[in-house]
Design a protein around this ligand. Structure first.
Ligand code: HEM
Length: 217
């Protein structure tokens, strides 16, 4: 129990939950790319997801990882601020310096938290259109997404938040591996590169959706 109360234990918890969330955003992005295929593929995929009884367990798991990641990260950040009340006279430089993106991980996280809450209100709990492809009525999420992304304000907000998510992932994934013990002169650069590639793929896969809907649909 003491381990999970220690800074390293809490960092590992944040890292583990963060990696699980990274897995979620990847699958969410891939599933959503069906918007490029067409309304039926998109709606039938989301209907298959929500009508699977396992969805409730998956949603509870997602919520636990999300809250765990956010709450423990905030606790660590508070502890960090407290211990730095007396600032160092000289900041670290070179390899030891912390990049601005890494220093502001928590601030990025706060904006992503706001994004997720608004996103759920817009999409999950948004307008409930229906459609029938011959097997009964199902939710027409495609119509909602198209409605939303035909509004320039939403497109700009989504693109900004998705780029921020990319920055958060590129540092967060590498940091998680580091706190979980994968820290080796030979592998660390590869982990950092892999983390950047992962973030770039997730961001590009998401960003393409509002842009495609706004300009081409
Ligand atoms: C272009 C970007 C995105 C689009 C078009 C999109 C679309 C959607 C839609 C349509 C839903 C409702 C699914 C349903 O009720 O069946 C949804 C749910 C959700 N989205 Fe997104 N999403 C995007 C980005 C994101 C990002 C970046 C995150 C997280 C950082 C995220 C987190 C969630 C969560 C947590 C849910 C609820 C899942 C559940 O309860 O099963 N989404 N999204």
């Amino acid at each position: 129990m003491n381990f999970w109360k220690s800074t390293i234990g809490q960092k590992q918890l944040v890292g583990l939950a963060g990696l699980a969330l990274a897995g979620f955003v990847l699958t969410h992005m891939l599933g959503n790319l069906l918007i490029l295929v067409g309304p039926r593929a998109y709606n039938e995929y989301s209907h298959a997801l929500v009508s699977n009884p396992l969805i409730y367990a998956a949603e509870v798991g997602l919520l636990v990882f999300f809250l765990g990641h956010v709450i423990v990260a905030m606790t660590l950040q508070k502890r960090n601020w407290k211990s730095r009340e007396v600032k160092y006279a000289v900041s670290a430089s070179g390899d030891k310096a912390t990049s601005p993106a890494k220093k502001s991980l928590w601030a990025q996280g706060m904006i992503i938290l706001i994004f997720v809450v608004l996103h759920l209100i817009t999409m999950k709990y948004g307008e409930y259109y229906t459609v029938n492809y011959g097997q009964g009525e199902i939710r027409d999420l495609h119509r909602l997404v198209v409605d939303v992304f035909h509004q320039p304000g939403y497109v700009i907000w989504y693109v900004i938040c998705l780029v921020l998510l990319g920055i958060h992932l590129s540092h967060g994934v590498a940091s998680s591996f580091q706190t979980l013990g994968f820290n080796h002169p030979k592998y660390t650069p590869k982990i950092k590169l892999g983390s950047c590639l992962f973030a770039a793929v997730v961001t590009a896969g998401f960003v393409v959706q509002p842009i495609y809907v706004y300009f081409l649909m």
